[in-house]
Design a binder for this molecule. Sequence first.
Ligand code: MOS
Length: 751
Amino acid sequence: MSEITLTRDPAHIRHGSSIGQPLTRRDGVLKVTGEARYAADNHPPKMLFAVLAVSHIARGRVASLDVAAARRHPGVVEVMTPQNRPMLAEDPDAKTNPFMFRMELLQNDSIRYANQAIAVVIAETLEAATEGAALLSPRYESEPARSTLDDAESYVPPAVGVGHPAVVAHGDAADALAHAAHAIEATYETPPQYHNPMEPHAIVASWNGDALSIDTPTQGLAMAQGRIAGLFGIAPEKIHIRSPFLGGGFGCKGLISGPQILGILAAKLVGRPVKLVLRRDQMYGPVGHRSASRQRLRMGAAADGTLTAIDHHARISTSTFDDFYEPAADASHSFYASPVIATSHEAVRLDIGTPLFMRAPGEATGSIALESAIDEIAEACGIDPLAFRLKNYAEVEPITGKPFSSKALRECYARGADRFGWSKRPLKPRQMRDENGFLVGWGMGTATFPALMFAGQARAVIRSDGSGVMETGAHDMGQGAWTALAQIAADSLALDLDRVEFKAGTSDLPDAGIAGGSAHTATAGVAIHNAGAAAVGKLAELATNDQRSPLFGAGNAGVVARDGRLFRRDDESRSESFGGILARAGLAEIEARGDGAMDPAAQTNYAMRAHGAVFAEVRVDPDLGQVRVSRMIGAFAAGRIVNPHLVRSQYLGGMIWGVSFALHEKAIVDHRTGRIMNANLAEYHVPVNADIPSMEALMIEEHDPHVNPLGIKGVGEIAITGSAGAVANAVWHATGVRVRRFPVAIEELVK
Ligand code: MOS
């Protein structure tokens, strides 16, 4: 059994189905009152504090460390370096599958990027550990750092994203572009972005013999457990991970990171529980980031504005020692219909930490360039950007020609445009001013993201008191999974939400699959749905085969479950409660399991995606170039909406990241040293409340009978994809300046 029980008194009275209800987060009160216990809040007895010492150069080796000085410091218990780091069962540089990322675990003295761990200082207090780390005074042998997309020879990566081909040619792009009535070519640049969840990576690790007890945030309990098991050579069942709350993830907590493993190693070295928390600046390196990109878009259109060619080429970076290739150009596979689509990637190896998934990997990076280019070709054709998109959006999946399992994009365009007032938009830029004389511009973007599913499991129990339990090792990184999945659990068991104990967030529960790719609700939800249905089915079997039951002889399909009872379909006056059925059978409870996974037949026949459209208004100071987003409307269709309150928050969060992508976010690298100069939340700009205007997310109804039995598509990532481009296009419409380097800089608008 899990030792974490989060159930609280329900804040809402349910009427009918739990799915579809706009419940607030069930853990919300715990979070805002400070009762929610995050990983770093756990302090087992005798716990020590570990602090990373990190490299201040990006390339070279550690020539010396003053370990003696650190050790002498009062309170310091131990200093872990490559000399005394406990043995691992597996080389941290081994890679036997693409999800196994290489780690810096003090295997040697080499430095592959700035902020790489070079030692761990373990002390009785955080202060002593921090001071000890400062006393290490490392000396380095350094080599020049390669930090920009032009600092190394490029090559064609073996694959991009999660195993997609780096080069795709559908039709003859050169020929189509040469014969186009209208053509554009433009190059866009996006900066490196770093994950900044409010909660940095943290771990509290305790060894008990060869068993390991861990508090740490993760978006993938089972994968984390498996990776730790491999590195330490112990059985996964010996490792117990608790991750009930995450203060954000965005991809950087999808896989266990090097610093988390160092926390476990430190605990092993000193034989006491150890806590290790990354400082904000230490997040800029070892836990992934979104690669910088330079993207060249070429597009051709016929005289009437029909797209005839899209050619999208992206240059991206990875580290010198591992492979993750942001699939930026792949965005052009799915947004627009074009008889010719060519995409390609080239990569360079830099002295940086390995890039990783960041919210809408590929799609976010690629779509800001693609949506800007669509605006440019629409302008070349003299057509309104919405009219151009309505003419050219993909009716079936481009390249494969597969129909979509469902698609309400046209309605997203129409409803969003109507709400925004798009029909009043002047075609030419620099036509609108507000009462203060600021230039006003309107822009839009198309949004789409795949409706993915991974594999997950759940376990359902119905007890003789008529209550239920649902268990799945799901992850709530702040998106509300613990609420939405509980709603699905209640419906699957035909019980009120307050009659269901929903357990998630620990590694001893059934594997719910990774919380990524906007796939968690669908994956874990379908597993829950199937587990609940199987448990109710067992009850139906007990009752309909028992002569003493009023349901006898109805057969499993002849009964329906509702409000903790089974009813005969042909005579609803004959019914029996779950508890009654179990009591007569002499059972305290029954249990059943369920799986969630993609249906391969549906996958073969249909393309599955969520769709949307985003409209943005900006105001630009004509003298100072300062840009403010003043209004934003997004309209999204993503199948069945489990909880409109939570989904709205996901859409708004995505739209805000779109604003961030277009106007704010950028890691600034000192090219002399390879160090990031703004590795803090003061200078790494993200939007704050004052940057976010009136923002509205419309939920467009969509019934998808193919995507999965619940009709659920993901909502976590899609809203970035339309929003960044919409803001960029609005800046052009306000100013007449096409900024092609993001985030938009003031100096580009006043030159
Ligand atoms: Mo997300 S980048 O799939 O956590």
